[in-house]
Write a protein that binds this ligand. Structure first.
Ligand code: ATP
Ligand code: MG
Length: 368
């Protein structure tokens, strides 16, 4: 039966320091759920609590209806893959993968069937008689993955499993992990601090900072509709502006500090007249032109990347924004030192309370 993992008001302390304080979270059955956040935010701590290597100092963690707080590590039925491959160097690939199975009371032919199936799934059948030293990093990580899932655990935990691999292999392995996880349908908690990896691999992501969950949502929601300023700036780049809301003739307007005003049609009702806001604009959410209207700017740097041109634009107050122009759909390209006008794609941009704590866009919530 697929497993749902529930954190109910969970607390973790290291000595006197509380690193997780009353965290609640539902991880759905069969999903690939990613914990994403900067170094030290508590990702590994949560993972190790699920595994049972760390005590739960308050609240409860459950697998389906069963509270697991007091269940010892070896009774939790978990598969694990870590950054270091942790496979036995003196055993062949096949024996490494079989290792977990040997501890299980299963008929011999069931063991062989599973072994064959998993070697095939992670595509290491042809290396089954080799020693790990004669495998590439990606192949070794596939062995570790096979060994973790051959036992058909309730839950698969992965802590930065790709960070020791080179860039190209990381991308191949992302896809492999995704396909294998979907095929087996095992509830998976994946830890990374690589935002692109998280966006590429996950069904849902929890963005964390300082032991707290900032947002839980699909990769699309997290990127397009961040719940607060932290998420908007941690995932991808967002240029930030200060602005003020006004209501005129039935319209909701935002005026930026330099006076540029635009209409918004999707703000929450709490965005009342006179409220100060923080406006977050991604590099691809500007329109750059020579028109009359818009935010004044001057090109200070330009980087042609084929599909896109990245510009750095200096504003009259001296601040700089990053802008990316799609070369396919743009008629004009701009040069360094050229003065330009910037318009905003108002349906795409995000607006937060002045302190950046939460989104003022209709329908955007912290927990999906
Ligand atoms: N055994 C420990 N004793 C004391 N403090 C710890 C211990 N393990 C972790 N911490 C602290 O708890 C916080 C969370 O650590 P954790 O390892 O969960 O972070 P992380 O998000 O996995 O970071 P990274 O991306 O660097 O792996 C950090 O401030 C860390 O210093
Ligand atoms: Mg960690």
């Amino acid at each position: 039966m697929p497993t749902q993992i529930t954190f109910n008001d969970v607390t973790k302390k290291y000595g006197d320091t509380t690193v997780i304080d009353g965290l609640s979270l539902d991880i759905k059955e069969g999903e690939l759920f990613t914990l994403l956040g900067p170094s030290g935010c508590g990702k590994t701590t949560l993972l190790r609590m699920i595994a049972g290597f760390h005590s739960v100092d308050g609240g409860e963690i459950s697998f389906n209806e069963q509270v697991i707080n007091e269940i010892p590590v070896n009774k939790r039925d978990i598969g694990m893959v870590f950054q270091s491959y942790a496979i036995f160097p003196h055993m062949t690939v096949k024996d490494n993968v079989k290792y977990g199975l040997n501890a299980r009371k299963l008929p011999k032919d069931e063991k062989s069937r599973r072994l064959e199936e998993i070697l095939e799934t992670v595509q290491i059948t042809q290396y089954q008689d080799r020693l790990p030293a004669r495998l590439s990093g990606g192949q070794q990580q596939r062995v570790a993955l096979a060994r973790a899932i051959v036992i058909h655990p309730k839950v698969l935990l992965m802590d930065e499993p790709l960070s020791n691999l080179d860039a190209k292999l990381r991308i191949d392995m992302r896809r492999a992990i995704n396909e294998i996880q979907k095929k087996i349908g095992i509830t998976t908690v994946y830890v990374t601090h690589d935002q692109e990896e998280a966006l590429a691999i996950s069904d849902r992501i929890a963005v964390m900072n300082h032991g707290e969950i900032q947002q839980v949502g699909s990769p699309t929601d997290i990127y397009l509709r961040p719940a607060n300023q932290f998420v908007a700036t941690f995932i991808g780049h967002s240029n930030l502006f200060s602005g003020k809301v006004s209501h005129q003739g039935g319209k909701t307007l935002i005026t930026l500090v330099d006076g540029f005003t635009f209409e918004m049609t999707n703000l929450k009702s709490e965005a009342k007249d006179g409220v100060a806001v923080t406006v977050a604009v991604r590099p691809e959410e500007f329109i750059i032109s020579e028109s009359e209207e818009g935010i004044d700017g001057m090109v200070t740097f330009r980087n042609f990347l084929g599909k896109y041109i990245h510009y750095e634009i200096q504003l009259p107050d001296g601040s700089k924004v990053e802008l990316s122009q799609d070369t396919n759909t743009s008629k004009h390209f701009f040069e360094v030192n050229q003065t330009v006008k910037l318009q905003l794609l108002v349906n795409k941009i995000n607006v937060f309370t002045e302190d950046g704590e939460h989104s003022l866009i209709e329908g955007v919530v912290k927990y999906e």
